[in-house]
Each structure stands twice: as structure tokens, then as C-alpha cells.
Design a protein around this ligand. Sequence first.
Ligand SMILES: NC(=O)c1ccc[n+]([C@@H]2O[C@H](COP(=O)([O-])OP(=O)(O)OC[C@H]3O[C@@H](n4cnc5c(N)ncnc54)[C@H](OP(=O)(O)O)[C@@H]3O)[C@@H](O)[C@H]2O)c1
Length: 339
Amino acid sequence: MSAALPTSGREWHLVARPHGWPKAEDFALREAPVAAPAEGRVLVRNLHFSVDPYMRGRMNDVKSYTPPFKLDHPMEGGAVGEVIASNAEGIAVGDHVLHGLGWREYADVPAQHAVKVDPDLAPLSAYLGVLGMTGLTAYAGLFEVASFKEGDAVFVSGAAGAVGSQVGQMAKLKGASRVIGSAGSDEKVKLLVEEYGFDAAFNYKNGPVAEQLRAAAPDGIDVYFDNVGGEHLEAAISSLHVHGRATICGMIAQYNATEPTPAPRNLALVIGKRLRLQGMLVGDHAALQPQFVQEVAGWLASGELKYRETVVEGIENGFDAFLGLMRGENTGKMIVSLV
Ligand SMILES: NC(=O)c1ccc[n+]([C@@H]2O[C@H](COP(=O)([O-])OP(=O)(O)OC[C@H]3O[C@@H](n4cnc5c(N)ncnc54)[C@H](OP(=O)(O)O)[C@@H]3O)[C@@H](O)[C@H]2O)c1
């Protein structure tokens, strides 16, 4: 146990359930007491925490695959930090751990939910992104869910984001015949082609997605990796070949919708083309973790796989970071850094 522990720390609470776009008044940054960890627990000083699109769903009071955030309680999410007090075997003061109690300066974590990470192998924030949850989502969603094979033409939406940027590059590394990405700014489109090696990319805000996709993939696509839903999914269904596959990973275009959103108008094409549209949850693919880490660490070391992070400094900017993510202000993984 360490002697001088902090007596309090700040943490973000959800104080009202957002209707539509979240507002600053729905959240509060509050001071809470910090105590020495009980038996089997560790006290972690968080160094980076993750803000992710799925958290928008947890702000609603609806039954889902993750429970809603409780009002007036600290919000949760991926975080990495340094252990400053330990009352658990196998984890020592000074160790760095990945855990699920983000959105706060100090986390009192059950030891079985803390995974040791090595800051010498990769920057700590990478364990929240390229080597963490979003990286595994890309890897599992492309190789396991979409059954990607060499020669496939792949379209990915949200392509400059944490998941999308990895999907496109992984497809190229494994021999895709063509990789097309869409993103929400001309600058992001440039990055996809010039830095990540996409064969074509377009700004979905510059015109109808279906038209832009047809121009970018005149011979059609075999795989669609959906991060966005809506107009993107409809366009992809039109461009998919017979026996095409789509990984339905996210539908961020509708996360702040206040009314049910329409289904793709061309859904009936799924029949004649015998398409496979398959939803995924990254949590189902934990068994891939060792293979994922080994392969991705190799690509990172060789420089074949690139990644970006958008880092927002300071816990007080946590809500702004989340809102910025929903607005597209990030390129690559959005991280809140408390260092
Ligand atoms: N199923 C799973 O297990 C799982 C796991 C992780 C993530 N996901 C999903 O995967 C998707 C990407 O997540 P991420 O963590 O990598 O986030 P991200 O792509 O790094 O960030 C979100 C991006 O979404 C884009 N966006 C926002 N509103 C949009 C709209 N109306 N139309 C098109 N694009 C829009 C923005 O980029 P632009 O500037 O390009 O608009 C923004 O940067 C999300 O849908 C998320 O929910 C699913």
C-alpha cells in the first residue's frame, strides 16, 4: 500500500438523459472522495480514457447489450492508468493497467477487471485504440464477420475514424483488390488516400453517397464495413456483388435521432443478390485477441499499419471530447488525456 493517496478526485456524472444531441447540462464534473482499495482491489490514477460512440446508447434508459449509465453516478468506459495503491495479489504499485472505469481521475478497480499493459511496447493510449477495443473491432469485423478474402473489393464508412482507418489498411495488407473509404471532410479523404493507401475515397457531405460510391467503385464491392448506417448502407447494398457480405458494426448517423430512422429503401436487393448483412459486437471476439495483438503489433513495428489519435487534454474537457467525436472532430481514436 502506498502512503500518500489523494483524498478526492473528479469524475463525470450523467445527470439527465439526453434527447437528441447531448447537451452540456446533461453532464456534471463532480468531486468525489477517494479511499484506499479494499481487499482484491487496486486504486488507479487514470492517465487516458476513451470516449466512444456506443456511449451515446448508454445515455438512454433502454435495455441494450450494455446497461444504461446510472444517473448521478460516474460514467464508465475504457481507461489506462497507473496503479497507485494495491490490495491485490499480482498487481503492484507502479503497474499500468487497462480497465473499464474511465471518465474519472481515480478508479477503484476490482483486480480481476484490470489487465496489465506494457508502456514500453506501445504508448499507453494505443491500448484504447489501435491495440485495443477499436482495433479488435476492425480486425474481427473484417476477417471473422465479413469473411474477407484476398481479392475482395472493400468499402468502409467512417473511414478516417478509429475503427474505419484500421479496416481499410488491414484489407489492403491482406490483398484487397480495391479499398474505398468515405469520411466527412476533404482533409480526411486526402489522408485516406495519401497516408493510408486507400485506392479511392470520397467526402459523403459533397453529394449523394450512392453516386460517389459508384464512381469510386465502378466494378462494385464484395465487402461493406458499416460504421454509419442510413444512406451509406443503402448505397452499399446497391454496389455489393452477388454473395456480398456486410459487417454491421455501427450506425452513428442515427445515434442522436429522436424518431425511428427508415430502413434502406433497397433492402429487397438482399434477396436476389443473396447478401449477408451481419451485426457484430466486439465482445464476442475476445478469443481473437492474442492473434490480433500479434499481427497488429507486427504491422505497427514494420510501419505497414498507421494510426492517428486525437487527444483532448484535461478531464474537464471530457464532455467536449465526446461531443467532438459525434461531430467528426476526431481523426483516428478520440482520447481524453489526464497526463
Ligand atoms: N459493434 C461493435 O462492437 C463496435 C465497436 C466499436 C465501434 N463500433 C461502432 O463503429 C463506429 C466507429 O466507431 P469509432 O470508435 O471508430 O468512432 P470514430 O469513427 O473514430 O468516430 C466517429 C466518427 O463518426 C463519423 N460520423 C459522425 N456522424 C456521422 C454521420 N451522420 N454520418 C457519417 N459519419 C458520421 C465522424 O467522422 P466524419 O468526419 O467522417 O463524419 C466521427 O469522427 C461507430 O458506429 C461505433 O458505434 C462498434
